[in-house]
Design a protein around this ligand. Structure first.
Ligand code: ZN
Length: 430
């Protein structure tokens, strides 16, 4: 029986102090519990994960704490996955301005995630190693969830009411037409593996390199059109809470989002993670590394996310997320918003840095020092740059002028390479 039903049936004899107490408790519901479970089975040993529950927006202030959950599914070796696990969080946080409010911090986060992913990729490339990794990086601050991802390690959200939604996009060439177009336009070739005198086998890959993913961190040998620019989505849960399932493709190649969510409803997070891995193993066998994080974001007065009522199932089935439904993300989330389950705050997936970093121009006019919007390195304007108050003339007249924020020489070269442009030495050193 719900509280509302209960109060309708009982005479209204609740003392005022109790009512006031309830009010206060309701306000405290603003900070939820975060409980998690993790399970994994290794085939190649290239999956890594990161859980950090004690991060602080303002160092030394426990009231500003937030949590991070991340999965790194490495390929062609483990060094990119390990490097990203060790460096990405720091690179993201260094791109968020100091001394801002919580609201401002949450608004700055999507842009900082982009900067942190690109910076981590540049730093890894400088080591000259060839491995690569997917990254799905989740920041939970109160009821607000921000997810940044490259590759195909999905994060799904199961909310009260039985609505399952996808917070990531699969960056797989086989399934993502938009990404195929982008890679081709940036100078990559997309096709299948040719064997036995011209027979094509396997999923679509990009050449050179033969990678099935269109975005990753690392992959120095594959081509710069495989970019580290993440899809970012930010949502706010209602204070009924919700459950995240973050997992490598060993899970998602075996289970749909819907099946994974349903298979573990009503179980605490640690058991839920084990059950999802077991379910994937049962349906497909151990074909790949399989890692699963289950994260429950729950009201303080509620130890376990309750099993979800199934009433809305039929209505919702028509817009559940399958692998081919990534283009309908907006539509679905709008419906989620409409029925009050989730408030969508932000979503952007463009691979173009100009669209992701905003138009701010963070320069200290007095000192003439410019801070790179990606790597946060200060660079004096004398260092080969023409400095005006307006957009910088980085490119030959024929190409579109850069109208994003200041980038250092290294990061500007990276940006050009990702877009398939050859950096022109004469415009850089003019
Ligand atoms: Zn830079």
């Amino acid at each position: 029986m719900s509280q509302a039903e209960e109060s309708r049936m009982k005479p209204p004899l609740v003392p005022l102090a109790t009512l006031l107490g309830r009010e206060l408790r309701n306000e405290k519901v603003e900070t939820p519990f975060v409980k998690f479970g993790q399970a994994a089975l290794a085939k190649k040993g290239e999956d890594y994960f990161l859980v950090k529950l004690d991060c602080q927006r303002v160092p030394g202030s426990p009231a500003t704490s937030f949590s991070v959950f991340s999965i790194f599914d490495g390929h062609n070796g483990i060094s990119a996955a390990i490097f990203a696990k060790e460096n990405l969080l720091g690179n993201i946080l260094s791109a968020i301005p100091q001394g801002i409010s919580r609201e401002e911090w949450l608004q700055a986060l999507p842009r900082a995630l982009v900067a942190g992913f690109v910076k981590t990729d540049i730093e890894f490339q400088q080591r000259g190693e060839t491995s690569g990794t997917t990254v799905t990086f989740v920041v939970i601050d109160g009821w607000t969830i921000t997810v940044a991802s490259v590759g195909d390690s999905r994060c799904i959200l199961d909310t009260q009411g039985g609505v399952v939604s996808l917070l990531t996009v699969d960056h797989r060439l086989e399934e993502n037409a938009e990404e195929r177009e982008r890679v081709t336009a940036s100078g990559g070739e997309v096709g299948r593996l040719n064997v036995f005198g011209g027979n094509e086998v396997g999923p679509l890959r990009c050449w050179p390199g033969g990678l099935c993913l269109s975005r990753s961190i690392g992959d120095t040998d594959v081509g710069e059109f495989i970019v580290p620019v993440p899809h970012v989505k930010q949502v706010k849960l209602s204070n009924a809470g919700g459950r995240l399932i973050i997992a490598s493709d060993g899970i998602w190649d075996a289970l749909s989002s819907d099946v994974a969510a349903k298979s573990c409803r009503g179980l605490p997070a640690d058991l839920a993670a084990k059950l999802v891995v077991k379910e994937a193993l049962r349906s497909r066998g151990l074909k790949d590394d399989t890692t699963c994080l289950v994260v429950d974001i729950i009201p303080l007065d509620q130890p376990v996310l309750p099993p979800t009522p199934r009433k809305k199932q039929n209505m919702i089935r028509s817009f559940l997320f399958g692998k081919k439904s990534q283009n309908s993300t907006n539509k679905t989330t709008n419906k989620l918003s409409a029925i009050g389950v989730v408030e969508e705050l932000f979503e952007e997936g463009s691979a173009m840095l100009a669209e992701r970093l905003g138009k701010d121009f963070p320069a200290d006019v007095n000192s003439g020092i410019f801070k790179c919007a990606v790597c946060q390195i200060d660079q004096p304007p004398a260092d080969g740059l023409a400095v005006n108050s307006g957009p910088l003339p980085f490119f030959p007249a024929a190409s579109k002028p850069w109208d994003g924020p200041f980038l250092c020489t290294k990061c500007r070269n990276k940006k050009d390479a990702m877009e398939g442009k050859r950096p022109n030495p004469t415009t850089i050193t003019a």
